[in-house]
Write a protein that binds this ligand. Structure first.
Ligand code: SF4
Length: 314
Protein backbone atom coordinates (compact mmCIF):
# COMPACT_ATOMS: atom_id res chain seq x y z
CA UNK A 1 0.00 0.00 0.00
CA UNK A 2 1.36 3.39 -0.94
CA UNK A 3 0.85 5.89 1.84
CA UNK A 4 1.92 9.33 2.97
CA UNK A 5 5.16 11.14 2.19
CA UNK A 6 8.16 9.43 3.78
CA UNK A 7 10.84 11.55 2.10
CA UNK A 8 10.24 15.18 1.15
CA UNK A 9 12.86 17.05 -0.82
CA UNK A 10 12.35 20.82 -1.15
CA UNK A 11 14.35 23.01 -3.54
CA UNK A 12 17.49 20.99 -2.93
CA UNK A 13 20.74 22.39 -4.29
CA UNK A 14 24.12 20.68 -4.08
CA UNK A 15 27.17 22.48 -5.42
CA UNK A 16 30.42 20.67 -6.01
CA UNK A 17 33.55 22.79 -6.01
CA UNK A 18 36.25 21.34 -8.24
CA UNK A 19 39.56 22.56 -9.61
CA UNK A 20 37.74 23.57 -12.83
CA UNK A 21 34.96 25.52 -11.12
CA UNK A 22 31.64 24.97 -9.37
CA UNK A 23 29.19 22.38 -10.62
CA UNK A 24 25.50 22.61 -9.73
CA UNK A 25 25.18 18.82 -9.35
CA UNK A 26 21.63 19.14 -8.01
CA UNK A 27 19.87 22.37 -8.84
CA UNK A 28 16.52 23.08 -7.20
CA UNK A 29 15.01 19.59 -6.98
CA UNK A 30 11.71 19.08 -5.18
CA UNK A 31 10.07 15.67 -4.93
CA UNK A 32 8.30 13.32 -2.57
CA UNK A 33 8.78 9.59 -2.03
CA UNK A 34 5.67 8.06 -0.52
CA UNK A 35 5.60 5.28 2.03
CA UNK A 36 5.68 1.90 0.25
CA UNK A 37 6.37 3.15 -3.26
CA UNK A 38 9.28 2.72 -5.62
CA UNK A 39 10.28 6.04 -7.11
CA UNK A 40 12.55 5.50 -10.09
CA UNK A 41 15.15 8.22 -10.69
CA UNK A 42 16.58 8.04 -14.17
CA UNK A 43 19.04 10.02 -16.27
CA UNK A 44 22.44 9.78 -17.94
CA UNK A 45 25.52 9.36 -15.79
CA UNK A 46 26.66 12.67 -14.33
CA UNK A 47 23.14 14.17 -14.23
CA UNK A 48 23.19 14.43 -10.43
CA UNK A 49 20.98 11.49 -9.50
CA UNK A 50 23.52 9.77 -7.22
CA UNK A 51 24.32 13.10 -5.55
CA UNK A 52 20.60 13.59 -4.95
CA UNK A 53 20.37 10.08 -3.45
CA UNK A 54 23.32 10.73 -1.16
CA UNK A 55 21.91 14.10 -0.08
CA UNK A 56 18.59 12.46 0.78
CA UNK A 57 20.47 10.01 3.02
CA UNK A 58 22.37 12.89 4.64
CA UNK A 59 25.63 11.42 3.32
CA UNK A 60 26.17 14.81 1.68
CA UNK A 61 25.15 18.12 3.19
CA UNK A 62 22.92 20.16 0.82
CA UNK A 63 24.13 23.62 -0.26
CA UNK A 64 20.53 24.85 -0.02
CA UNK A 65 17.04 23.46 0.39
CA UNK A 66 15.80 20.78 2.75
CA UNK A 67 15.26 17.05 3.12
CA UNK A 68 12.62 15.77 5.53
CA UNK A 69 12.46 12.12 6.47
CA UNK A 70 9.38 10.87 8.30
CA UNK A 71 8.58 14.53 9.01
CA UNK A 72 11.98 15.42 10.44
CA UNK A 73 14.21 18.03 8.83
CA UNK A 74 17.59 16.27 8.58
CA UNK A 75 19.54 19.53 8.80
CA UNK A 76 18.02 20.27 12.20
CA UNK A 77 18.90 16.93 13.80
CA UNK A 78 21.82 16.60 16.19
CA UNK A 79 24.44 13.93 15.51
CA UNK A 80 22.83 11.43 17.92
CA UNK A 81 19.36 11.79 16.41
CA UNK A 82 20.79 11.61 12.90
CA UNK A 83 22.68 8.43 13.79
CA UNK A 84 19.48 6.83 15.07
CA UNK A 85 17.57 7.94 11.97
CA UNK A 86 20.27 6.49 9.72
CA UNK A 87 19.14 3.02 10.75
CA UNK A 88 15.95 3.72 8.83
CA UNK A 89 17.77 4.81 5.66
CA UNK A 90 20.14 2.51 3.79
CA UNK A 91 21.86 2.31 0.41
CA UNK A 92 22.71 -0.49 -2.02
CA UNK A 93 25.47 0.35 -4.51
CA UNK A 94 26.20 -0.85 -8.03
CA UNK A 95 29.45 -2.59 -7.18
CA UNK A 96 28.96 -5.03 -4.33
CA UNK A 97 32.55 -6.19 -4.66
CA UNK A 98 33.77 -2.69 -3.90
CA UNK A 99 31.45 -2.25 -0.93
CA UNK A 100 32.02 -5.67 0.71
CA UNK A 101 35.24 -6.09 2.67
CA UNK A 102 37.10 -8.89 0.82
CA UNK A 103 38.78 -10.05 4.05
CA UNK A 104 35.54 -10.45 6.01
CA UNK A 105 33.27 -13.49 5.95
CA UNK A 106 29.63 -12.96 5.12
CA UNK A 107 28.86 -13.68 8.78
CA UNK A 108 31.08 -10.79 9.84
CA UNK A 109 29.79 -8.45 7.11
CA UNK A 110 26.18 -9.05 8.09
CA UNK A 111 26.88 -8.91 11.85
CA UNK A 112 28.56 -5.53 11.57
CA UNK A 113 25.40 -3.35 11.55
CA UNK A 114 24.27 -5.05 14.77
CA UNK A 115 27.71 -4.67 16.34
CA UNK A 116 27.89 -0.97 15.40
CA UNK A 117 24.58 -0.35 17.14
CA UNK A 118 25.43 -2.61 20.10
CA UNK A 119 22.59 -5.00 19.36
CA UNK A 120 22.41 -8.60 20.60
CA UNK A 121 24.83 -11.20 21.89
CA UNK A 122 27.12 -13.11 19.51
CA UNK A 123 24.67 -16.01 19.43
CA UNK A 124 21.73 -13.70 18.69
CA UNK A 125 23.64 -11.97 15.90
CA UNK A 126 24.51 -15.34 14.40
CA UNK A 127 20.80 -16.19 14.35
CA UNK A 128 19.92 -12.85 12.77
CA UNK A 129 22.56 -13.40 10.07
CA UNK A 130 21.02 -16.79 9.24
CA UNK A 131 17.63 -15.12 8.99
CA UNK A 132 19.01 -12.40 6.69
CA UNK A 133 20.60 -15.00 4.41
CA UNK A 134 17.29 -16.80 4.14
CA UNK A 135 15.44 -13.58 3.33
CA UNK A 136 17.72 -12.83 0.37
CA UNK A 137 17.73 -16.37 -1.00
CA UNK A 138 21.15 -17.52 0.25
CA UNK A 139 21.93 -20.59 2.37
CA UNK A 140 23.12 -20.84 6.00
CA UNK A 141 26.48 -22.31 4.96
CA UNK A 142 27.19 -19.16 2.93
CA UNK A 143 27.86 -17.35 6.21
CA UNK A 144 31.39 -18.73 6.46
CA UNK A 145 32.46 -17.74 2.94
CA UNK A 146 34.24 -14.66 1.60
CA UNK A 147 32.84 -12.23 -1.02
CA UNK A 148 35.11 -13.49 -3.82
CA UNK A 149 33.53 -16.95 -3.50
CA UNK A 150 30.19 -15.62 -4.80
CA UNK A 151 28.81 -14.62 -8.20
CA UNK A 152 27.92 -10.98 -8.90
CA UNK A 153 24.23 -11.65 -8.26
CA UNK A 154 24.96 -13.41 -4.97
CA UNK A 155 27.21 -10.57 -3.86
CA UNK A 156 24.39 -8.14 -4.54
CA UNK A 157 22.13 -10.35 -2.39
CA UNK A 158 24.68 -10.01 0.43
CA UNK A 159 24.65 -6.21 0.00
CA UNK A 160 20.87 -6.22 0.15
CA UNK A 161 20.95 -8.43 3.27
CA UNK A 162 23.28 -5.92 4.92
CA UNK A 163 21.00 -3.03 3.89
CA UNK A 164 17.90 -4.63 5.47
CA UNK A 165 19.69 -5.85 8.63
CA UNK A 166 18.48 -3.00 10.83
CA UNK A 167 14.94 -3.11 9.42
CA UNK A 168 15.09 0.22 7.60
CA UNK A 169 12.07 2.01 6.16
CA UNK A 170 13.83 3.40 3.09
CA UNK A 171 16.55 2.16 0.75
CA UNK A 172 18.31 4.03 -2.03
CA UNK A 173 19.27 1.53 -4.73
CA UNK A 174 22.02 3.32 -6.66
CA UNK A 175 22.51 1.48 -9.99
CA UNK A 176 21.98 -1.66 -7.88
CA UNK A 177 21.49 -4.00 -10.84
CA UNK A 178 23.47 -2.14 -13.52
CA UNK A 179 26.54 -4.38 -13.34
CA UNK A 180 24.54 -7.62 -13.62
CA UNK A 181 23.52 -9.76 -16.60
CA UNK A 182 19.94 -9.30 -17.74
CA UNK A 183 18.67 -12.61 -16.26
CA UNK A 184 20.37 -11.88 -12.91
CA UNK A 185 18.99 -8.33 -13.01
CA UNK A 186 15.48 -9.82 -13.17
CA UNK A 187 16.18 -12.04 -10.15
CA UNK A 188 17.47 -9.12 -8.07
CA UNK A 189 14.53 -6.92 -9.12
CA UNK A 190 12.19 -9.73 -8.03
CA UNK A 191 14.00 -9.98 -4.70
CA UNK A 192 13.70 -6.22 -4.16
CA UNK A 193 9.97 -6.44 -4.93
CA UNK A 194 9.49 -9.33 -2.48
CA UNK A 195 11.39 -7.48 0.25
CA UNK A 196 9.42 -4.34 -0.44
CA UNK A 197 6.28 -6.23 0.56
CA UNK A 198 7.64 -8.45 3.35
CA UNK A 199 9.80 -5.75 4.98
CA UNK A 200 7.46 -2.78 4.25
CA UNK A 201 10.18 -0.95 2.34
CA UNK A 202 10.19 2.20 0.27
CA UNK A 203 12.80 2.59 -2.48
CA UNK A 204 14.43 5.37 -4.42
CA UNK A 205 15.63 3.32 -7.39
CA UNK A 206 18.38 5.16 -9.27
CA UNK A 207 19.43 3.96 -12.72
CA UNK A 208 20.66 5.25 -16.05
CA UNK A 209 18.54 2.50 -17.67
CA UNK A 210 14.92 3.48 -18.18
CA UNK A 211 14.09 -0.11 -19.17
CA UNK A 212 15.19 -1.39 -15.74
CA UNK A 213 13.48 1.46 -13.87
CA UNK A 214 10.23 0.80 -15.75
CA UNK A 215 10.20 -2.80 -14.43
CA UNK A 216 10.14 -1.84 -10.75
CA UNK A 217 9.03 1.79 -10.32
CA UNK A 218 5.55 3.04 -9.46
CA UNK A 219 6.53 6.56 -10.44
CA UNK A 220 9.45 7.85 -12.48
CA UNK A 221 11.44 11.08 -12.09
CA UNK A 222 13.68 11.97 -15.02
CA UNK A 223 16.74 14.08 -14.26
CA UNK A 224 18.81 16.16 -16.66
CA UNK A 225 21.79 18.31 -15.66
CA UNK A 226 20.79 18.56 -12.02
CA UNK A 227 17.08 19.15 -12.51
CA UNK A 228 13.90 17.05 -12.70
CA UNK A 229 12.47 17.43 -16.20
CA UNK A 230 9.62 14.92 -15.99
CA UNK A 231 7.80 13.25 -13.12
CA UNK A 232 4.78 10.97 -13.21
CA UNK A 233 3.35 7.49 -12.86
CA UNK A 234 5.55 4.85 -14.49
CA UNK A 235 2.65 3.80 -16.67
CA UNK A 236 1.82 7.36 -17.72
CA UNK A 237 5.42 8.28 -18.48
CA UNK A 238 5.97 5.04 -20.43
CA UNK A 239 2.74 5.36 -22.37
CA UNK A 240 3.25 8.99 -23.26
CA UNK A 241 6.53 10.62 -22.27
CA UNK A 242 6.00 14.38 -22.59
CA UNK A 243 9.52 15.74 -22.33
CA UNK A 244 11.77 15.36 -25.41
CA UNK A 245 14.58 14.09 -23.18
CA UNK A 246 12.38 11.32 -21.73
CA UNK A 247 11.29 10.50 -25.28
CA UNK A 248 14.96 10.18 -26.28
CA UNK A 249 15.67 7.92 -23.28
CA UNK A 250 12.77 5.66 -24.24
CA UNK A 251 14.07 5.51 -27.79
CA UNK A 252 17.33 4.13 -26.35
CA UNK A 253 15.62 1.28 -24.46
CA UNK A 254 16.28 -2.06 -26.22
CA UNK A 255 13.44 -3.14 -28.50
CA UNK A 256 11.88 -6.60 -28.46
CA UNK A 257 14.34 -7.63 -31.16
CA UNK A 258 17.20 -6.57 -28.92
CA UNK A 259 18.22 -3.61 -31.03
CA UNK A 260 19.27 -0.44 -29.31
CA UNK A 261 18.20 2.61 -31.24
CA UNK A 262 19.96 5.55 -29.68
CA UNK A 263 18.07 8.74 -30.39
CA UNK A 264 20.14 11.43 -32.08
CA UNK A 265 19.24 13.74 -29.19
CA UNK A 266 21.22 11.73 -26.65
CA UNK A 267 23.77 10.16 -28.99
CA UNK A 268 25.79 13.36 -28.55
CA UNK A 269 27.61 14.20 -25.32
CA UNK A 270 25.67 16.27 -22.77
CA UNK A 271 26.87 19.86 -22.30
CA UNK A 272 29.68 20.51 -19.86
CA UNK A 273 28.32 21.00 -16.33
CA UNK A 274 30.74 23.95 -16.06
CA UNK A 275 28.92 25.79 -18.84
CA UNK A 276 25.20 25.15 -18.43
CA UNK A 277 23.13 26.14 -21.47
CA UNK A 278 20.88 29.18 -21.06
CA UNK A 279 17.11 28.80 -20.99
CA UNK A 280 16.12 25.14 -21.19
CA UNK A 281 19.22 23.08 -20.39
CA UNK A 282 18.20 20.50 -22.99
CA UNK A 283 17.95 22.99 -25.87
CA UNK A 284 21.42 22.15 -27.26
CA UNK A 285 20.28 18.55 -27.89
CA UNK A 286 16.53 18.95 -28.29
CA UNK A 287 15.17 18.11 -31.77
CA UNK A 288 12.18 20.46 -31.42
CA UNK A 289 13.79 23.46 -29.70
CA UNK A 290 12.45 26.91 -30.60
CA UNK A 291 13.89 30.37 -29.93
CA UNK A 292 12.08 30.68 -26.59
CA UNK A 293 13.91 27.57 -25.34
CA UNK A 294 17.28 29.35 -25.58
CA UNK A 295 16.07 32.24 -23.43
CA UNK A 296 13.49 31.06 -20.92
CA UNK A 297 13.93 28.19 -18.50
CA UNK A 298 10.80 26.00 -18.43
CA UNK A 299 9.28 25.18 -15.04
CA UNK A 300 8.00 21.77 -14.05
CA UNK A 301 4.22 21.93 -14.55
CA UNK A 302 1.36 19.50 -14.83
CA UNK A 303 0.90 18.41 -18.43
CA UNK A 304 -1.51 15.52 -17.79
CA UNK A 305 -3.23 14.22 -14.64
CA UNK A 306 -0.41 13.09 -12.33
CA UNK A 307 2.31 13.90 -14.85
CA UNK A 308 4.61 16.92 -14.85
CA UNK A 309 7.16 18.06 -17.41
CA UNK A 310 9.54 21.02 -17.70
CA UNK A 311 9.15 21.86 -21.36
CA UNK A 312 7.58 24.86 -23.09
CA UNK A 313 6.11 22.64 -25.76
CA UNK A 314 4.94 19.65 -23.66
FE1 SF4 B 1 13.09 21.11 -26.08
FE2 SF4 B 1 12.33 23.62 -25.69
FE3 SF4 B 1 11.06 21.66 -24.45
FE4 SF4 B 1 13.52 22.32 -23.73
S1 SF4 B 1 11.69 23.60 -23.56
S2 SF4 B 1 12.74 20.28 -24.03
S3 SF4 B 1 14.42 22.83 -25.71
S4 SF4 B 1 11.13 22.01 -26.64
Amino acid sequence: MIGQALVEVAQLVKLHDTADGTVRAVDGVSLVVRQGEVLGLVGESGCGKSTLGRAILALERPSAGAVRFAGQDLAKLGSGALRRLRRDMQIVFQDPFGSLNPRSTVERILSEPFAVHGMGSRAERRGWVQELLRKVGLRPEHAGRFPHEFSGGQRQRISIARAIALKPKFIVCDEAVSALDVSIQAQILNLLQELRMSEALTYLFISHDLGVVGRIADRIAVMYLGQIVELGSARGVARRPRHPYTQALFAAVPTVRGRREKSAAIASEPPSPYAMPSGCRFHTRCPIAVERCRIEQPRLREVAPGQEAACHLA
